[in-house]
Design a binder for this molecule. Structure first.
Ligand code: C2E
Ligand code: MG
Ligand code: MG
Length: 697
């Protein structure tokens, strides 16, 4: 057998005594032979590193103006894979970590150095650097790269049953160099009981050459009493017969990476605002409940679909940041209203869902809805603001026999809509008829889409009467749909049209039609003054980017005078689109078009809209014109009309149905009135015949 090649060592040491000491220690070694070159300062070291490859570099931490870490950096810059062992003084303990992080293979404290320790450190760092090189070669097979710098290293001598653990390996667990011996027990005794077997298996299989490498994740018990997630990798060295004689590898702390991964997974399945499960997670759990109910007929579940009533107003009037806080507060209340096994999720906006995973009876779901409503009874308090909230809840039950989770959710949603339609702050349990009416709604929508082309839309006109003269000052154009025998009222058309994005073409058609009619009446009719035409504009129309030029064009094409057109905006439409609304109103007024505030008094912040925008007319909602003449209502109307006058606006009251109401309004000195008392909305021919009528009380 040939004598083994000597190990070539570069010793970077500025203290000659220390050089001699090290040289002598190395000479003592019987197990290996070393060839030592001494670099007495930093520059000589750099020069030697550049000149030739070394098997190992021993570098003193203190090098005059330089330090050992610079040697490490130098090696890294040169992409040297040579293991570097740092020699530190007894007072440099805290350097250890920095050294290992900078990529030192090992560090040794000079004071208590003996021949054996030095030799062992050299041999193992060599073995490790070979292992690392091998791992690096097989890196493609691993998702993570082996950097070595932060990894603890271990070399398991299978013949002697000892394991060398690098200082970093020990430090990763919170222990010092001399506090962990070299038995395999030091390792296995610290592995989390749940993973001991997995680790043994991974090692055993690789020993038997059944796997290309050891790669196993497991927790390790640390000195501070915690467990940290580690990734242990390793390769076997084999003798001529293929028997593994030695295993060498690394241990990487995966705790943070694992936590980051957990965070990512958490984020993917949770709503970032409320930290509650999101739609994806909810659907996943729902799917599972569904499967469970297929396997076990006794297993029943329910889905609650919750939508906060008028939440948009909170958002729009108090700001989105405020709205967000309300949502967080609300979600916490929901969470306390359910049992531990139930899932409360936020689908988005103000929509929440709850999965009651295991219920006895439909009544349990209803009971939970009551608890949800009760949870909202106490107003939500945020920064001295009290917000009163209610929710509309739709319930779908597994008893309906679903196959797909999205169908359950859809039906709960349909039931929720029904609850809203029935007057909010209530719940509805989904049933077949709801499904039917949802289908009916869809048909309505499809038919409405065709109604325009088929010429089924109509405009009816309702006179607006000048109260002191008793004559018609103008008309309000109100859309109707002749659907077979049924004349569909505006509210229904508008509600569906808004959702189905049909309101814009319908609104445009109504505007053209009304303008055409206005021009015709003004041409034929000889009254004391020209007639005005009132046309309603919905929220969606306001949002059309070209709404102002569109209206101006329509006026121009019709030949009408712009000041004879009044556009009626409701407060809700304004609040929903405050910024846009201001611009549109401004644009219209510049073009000399009149603007009215419709349904005044039904919104949340009526007075603030008066301050924010300029209107020509205020239309007081009919809810203030009580038929029995409640004094309080009259007082309100009187006050509003005074205010309007001060601000240069005319006042119209809506919904005049009786002579008594008319008399009261006249006494309050209201300018205009509109209502069934004069005439309901009627077709143009009927309306035209009213023009010469004098309305007396
Ligand atoms: P609005 O602008 O407040 O219109 C007045 C509504 O009150 C009309 O309902 C009218 O028929 C009704 N009304 C009039 N006088 C009386 C009365 O004495 N008593 C009672 N109880 N009701 C009376 P209609 O036509 O069903 O319209 C409902 C709403 O639909 C309108 O409220 C308006 O906001 C909207 N709308 C109507 N036509 C259109 C349109 O072409 N485009 C848009 N965007 N919205 C429209
Ligand atoms: Mg109106
Ligand atoms: Mg109105």
């Amino acid at each position: 057998m040939n004598a083994p090649e000597p190990i070539r060592i570069l010793l970077v040491e500025d203290d000659e005594d220390d050089y001699i000491l090290t040289r002598d220690l190395l000479a003592e070694s019987r197990r290996a032979s070393f060839q030592l070159e001494w670099a007495a300062n930093y520059d000589r070291a750099v020069e030697a590193m550049a000149r030739e490859p070394w098997d190992v570099i021993l570098a003193d931490y203190r090098l005059g103006a330089h330090d050992g870490l610079e040697i490490l950096r130098e090696a890294e810059a040169r992409e040297l894979t040579t293991p570097i062992i740092l020699l530190t003084g007894a007072g440099d303990r805290d350097v250890d970590l920095a050294a290992m992080e900078a990529g030192a293979a090992d560090y040794l404290v000079k004071g208590n150095l003996d021949a054996e320790t030095l030799e062992r450190a050299i041999r193992y760092s060599l073995a490790q650097s070979r292992t690392l090189a091998a791992l690096r070669e097989s890196e493609q097979r691993y998702a993570l790269s082996v950097r070595g710098a932060n990894d603890g290293l271990w070399v398991w001598d299978l013949v002697r049953h000892t394991v060398y653990y690098s200082p970093r390996w020990k430090a990763m667990l919170g222990w010092n160099e001399d506090e962990i011996a070299d038995s395999p027990e030091e390792w296995f005794g610290r592995i989390h009981p749940g993973e001991v077997e997995v680790v043994r298996m991974a090692i055993e299989m690789h020993r038997r050459a059944e796997t290309p490498a050891i790669e196993v994740e497991h927790r390790m018990y640390c000195r501070d009493g915690t467990y940290r997630w580690m990734l242990t990798r390793g390769l076997a060295q084999r003798d001529a017969t293929g028997e593994a004689t030695r295993l060498a590898g690394s241990m990487t702390d995966m705790t943070e990476r694992k936590q980051a991964l957990e965070r990512l997974t958490h984020d993917a399945f949770h709503d970032s605002l409320t930290q509650m499960p999101n739609r994806a997670l909810f659907m996943d759990r729902l799917e599972r409940s569904l499967q469970k109910s297929h396997r076990d007929r006794e297993h029943r579940f329910a889905v609650l679909f919750i939508d906060l009533d008028r939440f948009k107003l909170v958002n729009d009037s108090l700001g989105h940041a405020f709205g967000d806080e309300v949502l967080v507060a609300v979600s916490e209340r929901f969470a306390t209203a359910v049992r531990a096994g139930d899932t409360v999720a936020r689908l988005g906006g103000d929509e929440f869902t709850i999965l009651l995973d295991s219920i006895e009876h439909a009544a349990d779901a209803v009971r939970t809805s009551h608890r949800i409503q009760e949870a909202l009874v106490v107003p939500v308090r945020i920064r001295d603001q009290e917000i009163f909230l209610t929710a509309s809840i739709g319930i779908a039950l597994s008893a309906s026999g679903y196959d797909r989770p999205q169908d359950v959710l859809r039906d709960a949603d349909i039931a929720m809509y029904r609850a809203k339609g029935q007057g909010r702050a209530r719940h509805e349990v989904f049933d077949r008829t709801m499904h039917d009416s949802a289908v009916e709604l869809l048909r309505f929508e499809t038919d409405l889409r065709r109604a325009m082309d088929r010429g089924e839309l109509r405009v009816h006109y309702q006179p607006i009467v000048s109260l002191d003269q008793g004559i018609i000052a103008g008309f309000e154009a109100l859309v109707r749909w002749q659907r077979g025998d049924v004349l569909v009222p505006a509210a229904e058309i508008v509600r569906v049209a808004e959702d189905a994005a049909l309101i814009v073409p319908i609104g445009q058609w109504v505007l053209n039609e009304a303008l055409r009619q206005l021009v015709e009446w003004n041409r034929l009719h000889q009254g004391p003054g020209p007639l005005e035409m009132h046309v309603n504009l919905s929220a969606r129309q306001l949002l059309q980017p070209d709404i102002v030029p569109m209206i101006i064009n329509a006026i121009r094409r019709s030949g009408a005078a712009p000041q004879h057109l009044h556009l009626e905006l409701t407060e809700t439409a304004l609040i929903e689109n405050a910024d846009v609304a201001a611009k549109v109103i401004e644009g219209l007024r510049k073009a000399d078009v009149r603007v009215s505030l419709d349904d005044f008094g039904t919104g949340y912040s009526s007075l603030s809209s008066l301050r924010q925008y300029r209107f020509d007319t205020l239309k007081i909602d009919r809810s203030f014109i009580s038929p029995d003449g409640a004094r309080r209502d009259d007082e309100i109307v009187r006050t509003i009309s005074k205010l309007a006058r001060l601000m240069g606006m005319a006042v119209t009251v809506e919904g005049l149905e009786t002579a008594g109401q008319l008399a009261r309004m006249r006494s309050i000195a209201i300018d205009f009135g509109q209502g069934y008392y004069f005439s309901p909305p009627v077709p143009a021919t009927v309306a035209g015949a009213l023009l010469n009528h004098h309305f007396r009380d």
